[in-house]
Design a protein around this ligand. Structure first.
Ligand code: C2E
Ligand code: CA
Ligand code: CA
Ligand code: CA
Length: 281
């Protein structure tokens, strides 16, 4: 009798009830936001470390709720994934980001090398017709496939089945490049890495964050760079916050960097102003 009491106690824990209610509420609000196009895309520059110039941007979704204010994607993306709403959001972001890149190409014709990186959830990857949709967005916005990069997290890409590998290879036929996001936090099989059509490894910011003060962090970054380069992939260091991290990454031959040291994610107006300013690092 004691056991069943404690089970009941756990089930009716008011805290769990509160959490479930909050989740349900957020799901309802997310559906409304999708219907009303209430999201915005922010852009964070990706810097070519050799040339010290902006080579492209990562598109990051932002949600400004009428009463809750700014809700972090760290909070709402997992809810959107669970509610199977994420591919609707990702689709919206993809379209908005490609239109934005097209506009920048027109406004800054000398920056024709700029790329746009867009995050793709595992759910969107597995949706039928992804390839056709991507092709449609390229046609509609007039940007070419090799200016678009899709970021997929390490765990998603490693769980892939044979048919998804075929799909990833088909992306190549459109010229679209693939990056592995948060690399080093999952469990990559080196054999799989070699088989998949991956162009770029994005070194998770937890390692970049530690490299200055902690020799283990430094060695991990170095090892990932060696791996990337021996597989003929580019590497992007995420979360660069200090000039010392930048110095170290340049010494190690890291190709690209991203982080608050260069710029936080910005709205499109601010990002355009940064492009116009021709900043160099
Ligand atoms: P992520 O793809 O790893 O994106 C990088 C995150 O690190 C962004 O957080 C960015 O603002 C933050 N960041 C950039 N530089 C620095 C830095 O120097 N220091 C620190 N501490 N943080 C930095 P954000 O925008 O809050 O996004 C969080 C996560 O939400 C993203 O991580 C991504 O997994 C997900 N996400 C964002 N937008 C989308 C989207 O459109 N679709 C999907 N599926 N996921 C998205
Ligand atoms: Ca990303
Ligand atoms: Ca990342
Ligand atoms: Ca992340």
């Amino acid at each position: 009798a004691k056991t069943s009491y404690s089970t009941r106690h756990v089930l009716f824990d008011p805290k769990i009830h509160e959490i479930l209610l909050a989740r349900l509420q957020m799901e309802t609000e997310l559906r409304r936001a999708i219907e009303q196009d209430a999201f915005e895309v922010y852009y964070q520059p990706i810097v070519c470390l050799q040339a010290g110039i902006i080579s492209g941007f990562e598109a990051l979704v932002r949600w400004n709720h009428p009463t809750w204010g700014r809700v972090s994607p760290v909070e709402f993306i997992p809810v959107a994934e669970e509610a199977r709403l994420i591919s609707l959001i990702d689709r919206w972001v993809l379209q908005a980001a490609c239109h934005q890149l097209r506009k920048w190409q027109q406004d800054f014709p000398h920056l024709d090398y700029l790329t746009m990186s867009v995050n793709i959830s595992g759910q969107q990857l597995m949706q039928l017709g992804l390839l056709e949709r991507l092709d449609g967005v390229l046609q509609e916005t007039g940007i070419s496939g090799n200016q678009l990069k899709l970021e997929i997290t390490e765990s998603v890409i490693m769980e892939n089945t044979a048919s998804e590998t075929v799909l990833l290879n088909q992306l190549r036929t459109l010229g679209i490049q693939l990056s592995i996001d948060d690399f080093g936090t999952g469990y990559s099989s080196l054999g799989r890495l070699h088989q998949l059509p991956i162009d770029t490894l994005k070194i998770d910011r937890s390692f970049v964050n530690r490299m200055e003060t902690d020799s283990e962090g430094y060695e991990i970054v170095r090892a990932i760079l060696t791996l990337a380069h021996s597989l003929e992939m580019d590497a992007i260091a995420e979360g660069i916050e200090t000039s010392q991290q930048l110095v170290q990454l340049r010494e190690l031959g890291c190709n690209y960097g991203q982080g608050y040291f260069f710029s936080p994610p910005m709205n499109s107006t601010e990002a355009a102003a940064l492009l116009a300013a021709n900043r160099r690092w």
